[in-house]
Design a protein around this ligand. Structure first.
Ligand code: CUA
Length: 155
């Protein structure tokens, strides 16, 4: 089979780029110990209920208009299930799981993160509009995954 010289160059270029990308990812993961950027805090999933501030899930005021919300996900609920936030507040969500991988999504806000046991996922949002926002698990986590939901009231 005859392969044109230009085709050979492109095949070599493609293979070389693949090797460069794989070497970069492997070096970052193994040598540098990189993990996804939101997963910078680790936690013992068996001791979440005893680990502050996850021993008191809910909204914690940091400063005027600035809050931190601590959430625990487990099959098949979030703690807290309902949260009330003052309008205009900047809220940073810290979310962890005690069992399996869950999702943490508040549609229409951009709040959307995976929740993994052993890690604390972090995502921030400014709630500028009043209303009741749905909170859903958007990672399949078991037989009653579709019931894993809650709400965020912005008043
Ligand atoms: Cu938790 Cu789906």
């Amino acid at each position: 089979m005859h392969v044109h010289k230009a085709e050979k160059i492109w095949i070599a270029f493609g293979v070389a780029m693949l090797a460069v990308f794989l070497a970069t990812i492997t070096t970052a993961a193994v040598v540098e110990g990189f993990v996804p950027p939101s997963h910078i805090q680790s936690i013992d999933p068996a001791k979440v209920a005893q680990t502050p501030p996850f021993d008191k899930p809910g909204l914690h005021k940091v400063a005027d208009g600035v809050y931190e919300a601590y959430y625990v996900g487990h099959i098949f609920a979030f703690e807290p299930q309902h949260l009330t936030i003052p309008v205009g507040a900047k809220v940073t969500f810290f979310v962890t799981s005690t069992d399996v991988v869950h999702g943490f999504s508040i549609p229409e806000t951009g709040v959307n993160t995976m929740v993994e046991p052993g890690w604390v996922s972090t995502v921030s949002h400014v709630f500028a509009k009043r209303g009741t926002y749905l909170l859903v698990c958007n990672e399949y986590c078991g037989i009653a995954h579709q019931t894993m939901a809650g709400s965020v009231d912005v008043k």
